[in-house]
Design a binder for this molecule. Structure first.
Ligand SMILES: Cc1cc2nc3c(=O)[nH]c(=O)nc-3n(C[C@H](O)[C@H](O)[C@H](O)COP(=O)(O)O)c2cc1C
Length: 449
């Protein structure tokens, strides 16, 4: 029995992680993207499997691309707003964490502090916030901008954003609401702290009109893999999601990120590195491969082109779908997300065709994909975990609900038999279940600060 426990989490998808999953769903069924019963069902299955948290990704816009291309895709076209969705899930579950994305480039920190602070209260301390800078250009058009801000400027804003969030969540000491009937005082004014933040991006007086939650403040996750992303994660994140195509890549990332913690006065186990992993099981490896190929053959070429040209930020309309992408199409750098750009550039250098790259990206949109028997999948997860490629996984079902049972009823029980995941929830809050301390207030021990 290993004492270190694997972090387990699941992405909430409408049709599944695969880009073409919607084409394999029963034709008669209603659109699950906006059906709360669908997401409640996933969260309850994940809770039955005793996962740490469910996660909803988000972009405040439809994806970049032409209407001709986008009209063939079900991904991110009609989605529920994360704080609203997660609040409903919090009311339908008791133990599992509810973690979702907000963009630091387009929100104001006061709004996010209230929304996620409220979610943390409503869920009894099970909330998590995924801080992203947002890499899609179309989001900027919804917020009075003509283009994305520069990559590093987006991260500079994210850094200040999280600083303000944490400050606002510390507005009240835990014992501020004294309700002294004799003295007629509802709260002790010395236990209220006004932030008075004045910075480059934000001026926020505060305080937040909401008390601290059972876990102090929501768990903060982050998913940027660039240099600026890693610095922000090392400084502020409790959980980091990574896109790792190979164990070697994951180990390098793991060592690099954990190695940055000391300079921010943090311990190695204060940050959990969680690798994105799409899971497809079969009674044999071949069957799992066939199940995946059966979905991948549905990818429409226009969607394949849109996905890859979006990441490379280049026009691929004249590239034959079964040809290699010419090196001349690859920019030196992009202002969009750098992690995906780096991965796909590598595939181009290896000489893969546009169709092959699109299939890979459609199958493993966050991280890598593993296909095999539940034992083979558990072997791979155990190997990554024990070799310090990750502290756990953000699992994704290729199709939903089809492949959900693969994860919850086959792979997790196999990991449990090996003593790698818990048998029961051990704490009440997400921080406790992740083995993280309650976040202490910055004012702890200071009177009238
Ligand atoms: C598990 C996982 C979840 C992610 N969720 C989101 C998301 O909800 N919204 C988003 O804009 N990007 C999401 N991303 C993408 C990363 O945040 C992406 O790498 C980042 O936008 C680009 O930053 P970078 O230039 O630092 O790589 C996710 C990545 C992973 C691995």
């Amino acid at each position: 029995m290993t004492s270190r426990q694997m972090v387990t989490s699941l992405i909430l998808d409408a049709f599944g992680g695969h880009q073409a999953a919607w084409l394999t769903a029963p034709r008669s069924s209603a659109n699950p993207s906006t059906d709360i019963a669908h997401f409640v069902d996933i969260a309850q299955r994940a809770e039955k499997a005793k996962l740490d948290f469910v996660f909803v990704a988000d972009f405040p816009a439809i994806p970049d691309g032409s209407l001709e291309q986008l009209s063939r895709s079900a991904v991110s076209m009609s989605v529920l707003e994360p704080a609203t969705l997660l609040t409903a899930l919090a009311m339908s579950t008791k133990h599992i964490g509810v973690l979702g994305t907000a963009s630091t480039s387009y929100y104001e920190p006061y709004n996010v502090a209230r929304l996620w602070g409220s979610l943390d209260h409503i869920s009894g301390g099970r909330a998590g916030l995924n801080v992203v800078t947002t890499r899609s250009r179309s989001a900027s058009f919804n917020f009075g901008k003509d283009d994305l801000d520069e990559h590093d400027t987006r991260y500079e804003r994210a850094d200040e954003f999280v600083e303000v969030l944490n400050g606002l969540w510390d507005s009240w000491d835990d014992d501020a609401f004294i309700r002294d009937y004799d003295e007629v005082r509802f709260f002790d004014p010395t236990k209220l702290h006004t932030l008075d933040h004045k910075g480059k991006f934000f001026n926020v007086r505060g305080p937040l009109n909401l008390s601290r939650s059972a876990q102090g403040r929501p768990v903060i996750s982050q998913a940027g893999g660039s240099e600026a992303g890693k610095e922000l994660a090392a400084k502020t994140a409790d959980v980091v999601f990574i896109n790792a195509p190979t164990l070697e890549f994951a180990q390098n990332f793991y060592a690099d990120l954990k190695g940055r913690l000391a300079k921010f006065g943090r311990q190695q186990d204060e940050l959990k590195i969680v690798s994105g992993l799409t899971i497809v099981t079969g009674s044999t490896q071949e069957e799992a491969e066939r199940r995946t190929a059966d979905v991948s053959r549905h990818i429409h070429p226009e969607i394949g082109r849109q996905m890859i040209s979006g990441v490379l930020d280049t026009d691929l309309s004249d590239v034959d779908y079964d040809s290699r992408i010419p090196q001349s199409k690859i920019l030196d750098n992009v202002n969009k997300g750098q992690t995906y750009f780096g991965l796909i550039r590598k595939f181009v250098e290896e000489g893969r065709t546009l169709r092959e790259i699109a299939a890979h990206f459609a199958e493993a949109r966050v991280g890598s994909i593993v296909k095999g028997t539940p034992e083979q999948i558990a072997d791979k997860m155990q190997a990554w975990f024990e070799a310090r490629g990750s502290d756990g996984f953000m699992m994704r079902a290729m199709t939903v609900p089809g492949n959900l049972d693969d994860i919850c009823e086959e792979v997790i029980p196999e990991l449990r038999r090996r003593g790698l995941v818990r048998t029961e929830y051990t704490g009440d809050t997400l921080r406790e279940n992740l083995g993280l301390d309650v976040a202490p207030s910055r004012y702890l021990g200071r009177i009238g600060a």
